[in-house]
Ligand binder design. Structure first.
Ligand code: AMP
Length: 220
């Protein structure tokens, strides 16, 4: 099940506010991989008002999921690039549904996903984080501060971090998460990590899960 190649594909799963973005960024840095966030790609398309951006903007503002084929198209392009450069990818926000997971499996074949890391955070903790979250337009860092702690630029509230859109996104997550986690579990690809604690504490748990899966892959 574990693909032992040098350009791994990791998936990071978790509800909104679970800290996926930070952990994906760190995991990608560790492997020299690309951090591929479908949410970031869609927001960039909206900012640039491309055809895709205009199409998905109403769904993003509402906090509703975008059609599977649109996000799968983004992922297919990024995986093709990774394949041509033989570099790894860390997927952030994809797959969100079982249909997307099936499409990912097909896109990767004959290779496979290395590991899906599920950052487990209860809704109450995630909601607290989301209601405080501000994002830096310059470097994409997020946190509660009005000035980015990483680059010093001004931060802003994300367009979909409104109470209504947060509610909608949490509802979507509740509907899709269980079958999606089960999809990974049945393939022995799931590592569930406690997502509560400082980013560094969570990173240490992610690193331990990744090392354990690589050891298992070597032993297999
Ligand atoms: P995120 O930044 O991951 O919270 O995603 C922001 C928004 O982008 C979501 O609320 C959806 O509207 C859309 N989106 C991101 N990834 C996906 C996906 N895999 N499938 C469908 N919609 C997505």
């Amino acid at each position: 099940m574990i693909d032992g190649g040098g350009w791994p594909t990791y998936v990071v799963l978790g509800r909104q506010g679970s800290g996926k973005g930070v952990q994906c960024e760190r995991l990608a840095a560790r492997f020299g991989s690309a951090h591929v966030s479908t949410g970031d790609a869609l927001r960039a398309a909206v900012r640039a008002q491309t055809r895709l951006g205009r199409l998905v903007e109403p769904s993003l503002v509402r906090g509703a999921l975008v059609a599977d084929d649109l996000v799968t198209g983004i992922i297919a392009d990024r995986l093709a690039l990774a394949r041509s450069t033989r570099s790894g990818v860390v997927l952030d926000g994809f797959p969100r549904t079982v249909a997307q997971a099936d499409q990912l499996e097909t896109l990767l074949a004959p290779r496979s996903i290395h590991l899906a890391i599920h950052l487990d955070v209860p809704p109450s903790v995630a909601l607290d984080r989301l209601f405080q979250r501000r994002v830096c337009a310059a470097c994409n860092n997020s946190g509660p501060a009005t000035t980015c702690e990483r680059c010093g630029s001004a931060t802003d509230v994300r367009a979909d971090d409104t109470p209504a859109a947060i509610g909608q996104r949490m509802t979507e997550y509740a509907r899709e998460a269980e079958p999606l986690l089960a999809w990974f579990e049945t393939r022995s690809l799931l590592a569930t990590i406690d997502g509560i604690g400082t980013p560094n504490a969570v990173t240490a748990r992610v690193a331990a899960a990744v090392s354990a899966s690589r050891m298992a892959g070597t032993a297999a």
